[in-house]
Design a binder for this molecule. Sequence first.
Ligand code: ADP
Ligand code: MG
Length: 251
Amino acid sequence: MLQGIRKLFGGRSAEHVTTELVPGAVSTGPLVRLEGVTKTFVVDRVETRALSSVDLAVERGEFVAVNGPSGSGKSTLLSIVGLLDTPSAGTYHLNGFDVAGLGAKSRAALRNREVGFIFQSFNLIGDLTVRENVELPLTYQGMSATDRRERVDATLARFELAEIAGRYPSALSGGHQQRVGVARAVVGAPRLLLADEPTGNLSSRQAEAVIEMLQELHRGGATILLVSHDPRWRGVAGRAVELFDGSVVAS
Ligand code: ADP
Ligand code: MG
């Protein structure tokens, strides 16, 4: 798990890549554009088609919710949009750039710079403090220690985490852990925020707080793609996309 999370922020060796690959010149049109995206997993020669010919565009500043029953492909969709996985067929343009040709290092660098993730299980690193968890994406971006300190201080203050900056995740409530998760997701000022069931492990009061945080980020201009069963998100997102058996059935 720990390694998986570290991998999520990996790719520091190619930190120069995003400015080259995603220049201002292509930053028109939707931020996310999937066309005919299909994803097939093969396990022990058994094929599972997790996504079937999905078309999806997310405009800059949009807040889109993806709904659908368990197993309908929601997490697979987020993994592809978040550059954690690649489509079996179809195309994906992020910020106008076709990501298909990227090697693993460039993908990691692009992900690290452009995408923030918020997870149901928080996925904080247990042997790092709150401050260190929030700092991690900046470290992997290759930011200098002075700039990191400034950015982390501002982010901890913004999310009311300064007082608990020295604590470890295991000493925190789920609500606080997710607050750290949101802070970590946005500290690097990513273009795109992805959230997979972010309130799935929270009490109703804690969930409300997370919903408010994302609403606030959206009001500030963030582009958000959210997956959730939680009916409390209804009316928060500007638009809902319905997945069923790997296909978009309503939008
Ligand atoms: P959801 O998030 O909507 O519950 P998922 O995207 O996790 O759905 O899964 C969609 C389908 O793809 C399911 O049938 C699931 O078992 C399968 N699947 C997802 N990830 C993998 C994987 N890494 N290997 C094999 N099958 C997978
Ligand atoms: Mg899922």
